[in-house]
Design a protein around this ligand. Structure first.
Ligand code: 0X9
Ligand code: ZN
Length: 426
């Protein structure tokens, strides 16, 4: 009995204290299903998360599986029955997770030396945002767009230069919807810092022409969990059926909810939730977006990875009504992102450019809020490997921030020209 209690205590401690999950001798395989029946068979793995973790949303195309040592043989048998090849991407997942390519700032350091040469924990970024209000009291304020399941604030920066254009419209930029995509929040804060400090006329024009809302962490619980427990966590952290956790917040929005490219399996990485806006994060954020006083000029969502620029829709291949304008803006933004370091982006409408995916914030902003210019960046790196793609070396935060700022500046200028929205000279 004592032994049982001890085992139970260790087990509970490991889970409750958020001890970091290890993946010793787990293998990573890339599998590319090409037929619907292969896809359906692989789907059964989504509920076997202790054996094989599907690292991304299952679709026709390359998908990465994280396979426990004890399940390896069975996994390979399943693939051979399905006539699918498995490409071994990583022999020991823990080794590559242990590589120190993503240093995180020590949160006990002096609080005024926030930089973009390292990643930051949630509290650290929230402290940085609070310091900005003290530093720029006339321009910066904080907003709380809602709350997470674990009652964290969805805390953002509102930037409104008083000497700017009269009657401004707003631009809302959201990042961190997917917890493990660390480069999103880092790029959002980099960009906010540019809006506040850049002396370049192009950027000053942007700052002064709009009311800016920047939400670096749309899924704070998930982000914290990637720091404490599992670096590869994607979803929210609400308990669901089958002892699984979390909903994919980018499948949870009430616009063609769960119609396609979204799962009804609670353990799946693309679980759409029991109903639209089941998650406090998306529900409160959507209400906040609806309540904003200024007309919204543009909605931007930062994800990673694959170097794609995307526009609506995800639920259908039918192009949005103003697609010609979106395509023009797309071209301008993609050439601007390349200017500095030659970074190549592709993309287009979500459904054709990547895969069907209904219920995203970008589509909701376009379809329900009627924001005509709604875009999503899938930031660096390029490529397909879901195992390596989310861990962008910290040394690339600044280059990513620079090129994304270049791209956003050109994107907004192009949209303003189409719209006849006069920008404020710097
Ligand atoms: O699957 C997703 O939600 C996005 N890809 S990711 O690797 N970041 O998870 C793509 C969905 C399309 N993007 C938006 N509609 N924002
Ligand atoms: Zn994402």
């Amino acid at each position: 009995m004592k032994l049982l209690q001890a085992v139970l205590a260790v087990y509970l401690f490991a889970f409750c204290s958020g001890e970091r999950q290890r993946f010793d001798n787990y293998r990573v395989y890339t599998v590319s299903p090409t037929k619907q029946d292969q896809l359906e068979a692989l789907r059964t793995l989504e509920s076997k998360r202790d054996d094989a973790l599907v690292l991304n949303h299952l679709h026709l195309g390359p998908t990465d599986f994280l396979v426990a040592p004890g399940y390896n043989e069975k996994f390979l048998e399943l693939l051979s029955r399905l006539d699918l090849d498995a490409e071994l991407t990583d022999e020991n997942a823990q080794n590559s997770l242990s590589l120190d390519i993503e240093p995180v700032a020590d949160s006990n350091r002096r609080s005024d030396d926030y930089t973009w040469s390292v990643y930051h924990e949630l509290n650290d970024t929230q402290k940085w945002m609070q310091n900005l209000v003290a530093k720029y009291p006339d321009t910066v304020s904080l907003f709380v767009a809602g709350r997470s399941y674990e009652r964290r604030e969805l805390l953002g920066l509102k930037i409104n230069f008083k000497d700017g254009r009269a009657e401004k419209q707003s631009i809302f930029l959201e990042a961190g919807m997917h917890a493990r995509e660390w480069i999103g929040p880092a790029t959002a804060t980099y960009f906010a810092n540019e809006l506040l400090t850049s002396q370049k006329p192009d950027i000053m024009t942007l700052s002064k022409s709009y009311v800016w809302y920047i939400l670096p962490h749309a899924n704070p619980d998930g982000y914290v969990y990637t720091h404490t427990t599992n670096r590869m966590w994607r979803k929210t952290r609400s308990p669901q059926d089958k002892n699984c956790y979390g909903t994919d917040p980018n499948r949870n929005w009430a616009f063609h909810w769960r119609e396609v490219g979204a799962s009804d399996e609670p353990c799946s990485e693309s679980y759409a939730g029991p109903k639209a806006f089941s998650e406090p994060e998306t529900e409160t954020l959507s209400k906040y977006l609806t309540s904003l006083p200024e007309p919204m000029f543009m909605y931007l969502s930062l994800h990673s990875f694959s170097q794609l620029l995307l526009y609506p829709y995800g639920h259908t291949s039918k192009l949005p009504e103003n697609h010609r304008d979106l395509e023009r803006i797309f071209d301008v933004a993609v050439s601007a992102v390349k200017r500095r370091y030659g970074t190549r982006y592709t993309g287009g409408n979500v459904y054709d450019a990547i895969y069907p995916a209904a219920g995203s914030s970008m589509d909701w902003a376009y379809g329900v809020l009627k924001v005509k210019y709604s875009f999503c960046y899938e930031l660096r790196p390029s490529g397909y490997s879901f195992w390596t793609g989310f861990r962008l070396p910290a040394s690339q935060i600044i280059p990513t921030g620079q090129e994304t700022t270049d791209s956003l500046a050109e994107m907004i200028k192009a949209a303003a020209t189409i719209e006849g929205y006069k920008l404020q000279e710097a």
